[in-house]
Design a protein around this ligand. Structure first.
Ligand SMILES: [Zn+2]
Length: 359
């Protein structure tokens, strides 16, 4: 399942590709008949809140999204959803987003070896193709077609039309999203510290913090040296705020590059031999020599039984709230409410993997 940074990238791609343009909307699969109700409207823009994607539509360009007539298509990709883009050269900033996938008829080839659907979206590089003639797959829940390209949605968990009230209700239910400018980190801190639930479970609860998935959970806990099983109420406000402050630059890096990289440069070469265990760890640009390779990108995620990059202890894994959590039993021992956050604050030391500069 894509984590929040991918959904933010999708929102940017949709806004770049269609924002302010009149579009045709349809449901080739037929399972989203409401697509007809916004067909021919203007796609005003798209936003992400955690893993929820909200695409705004107005009947005319002159109508603001604050007008009661505005509508939003809410999409949650879930485990199997993905977007496929095709269009003119530069459409939806395809080259900036990740490895494109070319679709020629029913034959697909990958460029750059990107993971495509594993990250929640595919990209056509259809500059040399006639994208207008691309026949949607029969499973296409929603097709959005604009003057410069199209986007096809397949396999989402949710795809529905909301009015302003419905959009507000979605945002209300979600915890703050580290990637949103309007996020209130205090809401996260307060909710965590009121709970007897373990921090490892709370981080995956979209009502507590929106957009964090299994990778960011495992990695943020390691970077904080926190025991995943410590109850939220046992943590200091400073510790919880520290997790937030660490996630913001990590997730911004993910939103900017499409890749999750959480390791400090000095820890990457320590143990680079890793077996690829699942497709879930594939990321866009995996075959690009200029990016941090996937086997060096994480401290604990899918590294169970491999030695910890810091202490050499075997990384452990177990089920926690239905998802596998990964941790180092030696490094991640912080439990006490008196534990000091100020020593070894990871965010202060985290360098951008692309340029090695402090962010
Ligand atoms: Zn360790």
């Amino acid at each position: 399942m894509p984590e929040g940074h991918t959904v933010h990238r999708l929102a940017s791609a949709l806004t770049a590709g269609f924002g302010g343009r009149r579009v045709r909307t349809s449901s080739p699969q037929g399972r989203f008949p409401d697509a007809a109700s916004i067909d021919g409207w203007v796609l005003a823009g798209a936003e992400a809140a955690g893993k929820q994607l909200l695409i705004a539509f107005t009947p005319e360009e002159s109508v603001d999204v604050s007008d009661p007539v505005a509508r939003w298509v809410r999409v949650h990709l879930g485990l199997y959803g993905s977007w496929t883009f095709a269009g003119e050269e530069g459409f939806a900033l395809a080259h900036a987003i990740g490895a494109p996938r070319v679709r020629i008829g029913e034959r697909e080839t990958r460029q750059g070896g990107g993971s495509g659907a594993a990250d929640g979206y595919d990209l056509h590089d259809a500059a040399t193709e006639d994208w207008r003639r691309l026949v949607p797959r029969p499973t296409t829940r929603l097709r959005i077609a604009g003057p410069h390209g199209l986007a096809d949605l397949t396999g989402p968990t949710a795809c529905e039309i909301l009015d302003a009230e419905g959009r507000a209700a979605v945002l209300e239910r979600l915890g703050p999203d580290p990637l949103r400018q309007d996020a209130d980190p205090d809401r996260f801190v307060e909710r965590v510290r009121r709970s007897r639930t373990s921090i490892g479970v709370l981080l995956m609860n979209q009502e507590i913090i929106a957009g964090v998935g299994n990778i960011y959970r495992a990695e943020a806990l390691f970077r904080a040296r926190l025991d995943p099983f410590v109850p939220g109420k046992d943590l200091t406000a400073g510790t919880v705020r520290g997790i937030w402050d660490d996630l913001v630059p990590l997730m911004r890096y993910g939103a900017r590059t499409g890749r999750i990289v959480t390791t400090e440069p000095e820890h990457r070469e320590i143990e680079a031999v890793i077996q690829e265990r699942t497709r879930a760890t594939r990321q866009n640009g995996d075959d690009d020599p200029s990016v941090v390779p996937r086997e060096q990108s994480f401290y604990t995620y899918h590294r169970q039984t491999l030695p910890c990059r810091l202490c050499g202890t075997a990384i452990r894994s177990t089920e926690l709230a239905g998802r596998t959590v990964f941790w180092c039993p030696r490094c991640q021992t912080r439990r006490s409410r008196r534990a000091s956050w100020t020593t070894e604050h990871p965010a202060a030391a985290w360098a951008d993997p692309q340029d090695g500069q402090l962010r």
